[in-house]
Design a protein around this ligand. Structure first.
Ligand code: ASP
Length: 361
């Protein structure tokens, strides 16, 4: 991994969008749980932000939510807000609960095409008011990254990312891996985009830059959420598999398989796959492993899936696959279009050559 130093970031303007999550929660003694509190107090809690020469404006979502309550409409609201304010700011920092942050970052990465500015999600494991909080470092560094510009004035990281635990990761490559550790997220199949120590060191060769810096991004807010996830496990029954694969409400199913994309070879399982495919369902194979890729050619148990029309999700995360399907199905009712696009690397979500001409306008 190659990192370089970044220094030029003066006079940037940042919009801080607070959606909820532990970072802004306080203990509610009556109910003995954590609940969100007003955003203005976060700025009081993090006076360090005042040391930057940036203009930092903030905006609070109402109601503030625990990210377990995040729905696609919050992603649409976020995308809409970023579109509305796009020309006014150099970067966007989204304070978000950690539980579904990887889903939200994945979704935004697909919903914004041709991004030229940073959109950095962050949050914390401990509330910002707690003595040992990780929230301050996460927020302060996320703001610095969102503000960072090259000597030519372009953003250093024009991507949707998660910054957490001293590490900047491509949003659609992340998964929450710990409910306790300050390094709560992992990017199993793609190296960090930056690491923060005494300096913030950027992995420049890993960062996606837009084909045209002058072109305003396209914001796609139509999402088709008719997706289910089938997680395989020993002992799974035909009834359960049928309900998920062939349910009338689903247009696509993400199958979380074993290892390099393997599934049971039993007759009933393959028959249900065939049935779902004949019903026109899109079946996408992603691995349960945190790292590594689906390769259905490797074992006979994977080959059977491929033969029946199951698509490879390559090394996509489940969160990334869900977001990609919502986005592509929202664009078109044509499953052939969706299937063809699923095979492409649209936003750096899979380890294939990046599509530069996406032609979605
Ligand atoms: N339950 C919280 C949330 O996701 C956890 C957190 O923020 O870390 O909103």
């Amino acid at each position: 991994m190659k990192f370089t130093f970044e220094t030029s970031s003066e006079k940037s303007s940042i919009l801080l969008i607070y959606t909820g999550g532990t970072i802004g929660m306080k203990a509610d003694p009556a109910e003995q749980t954590l609940k969100p509190f007003d955003f203005s107090q976060i700025l009081e809690e993090v006076p360090e932000l005042g040391k930057f020469a940036y203009r930092i404006d903030s905006c609070t979502f109402r109601p503030l939510i625990d990210s377990a309550d995040v729905e696609p409409r919050q992603w649409q609201k976020l995308a809409g807000l970023i579109e509305e304010k796009y020309e006014d700011y150099d970067g966007f920092v989204i304070l978000h609960g950690t539980d579904t942050m990887a889903y939200s970052a994945s979704a935004l990465s697909f919903m914004i095409e041709g991004l030229t500015k940073p959109v950095i999600f962050t949050g914390s494991q401990l509330p910002v008011g707690a003595a040992r909080t990780d929230g301050k470092e996460n927020l302060v560094s996320a703001v610095e990254i969102a503000a960072a510009k090259d000597s030519d004035g372009h953003a250093v990281v024009p991507e949707v990312c998660i910054y957490f635990g001293n590490t900047l990761m491509r949003g659609n490559r992340t998964t929450k891996v710990s409910s306790e550790n300050f390094r709560a997220f992992a990017s199993g199949n793609f190296p960090a985009l930056a690491e923060a120590g005494i300096n913030i060191r950027y992995n420049r060769s890993g960062i996606i830059r837009p084909a045209d810096w002058e072109r305003k991004p396209v914001f796609h807010t139509a999402l088709d959420t008719r997706v289910s996830i089938l997680k395989l496990h020993p002992g799974i029954t035909p009834q359960v598999v049928r309900n998920i694969l062939c349910g009338p409400e689903t247009r696509a199913v993400i199958i979380e398989t074993y290892g390099s994309g393997n599934a049971p070879s039993k007759g009933w399982f393959i028959d249900l796959i065939k049935e779902a495919v004949s019903m026109g369902k899109i079946l996408l194979n992603v691995t349960q492993c945190l790292a590594g890729s689906v390769d259905m050619k490797l074992y006979a148990t994977g080959k059977k899936l491929e033969n029946e029309g199951v698509l490879s999700g390559y090394d996509c995360t489940t969160e990334g696959a869900l977001a990609k399907l919502f986005f592509l199905m929202g664009m078109s009712d044509d499953n052939d279009f969706v299937t063809a696009q699923l095979d492409k690397n649209l936003r750096g979500e899979i380890s294939k050559k990046l599509e530069t001409d996406q032609n979605f306008r």
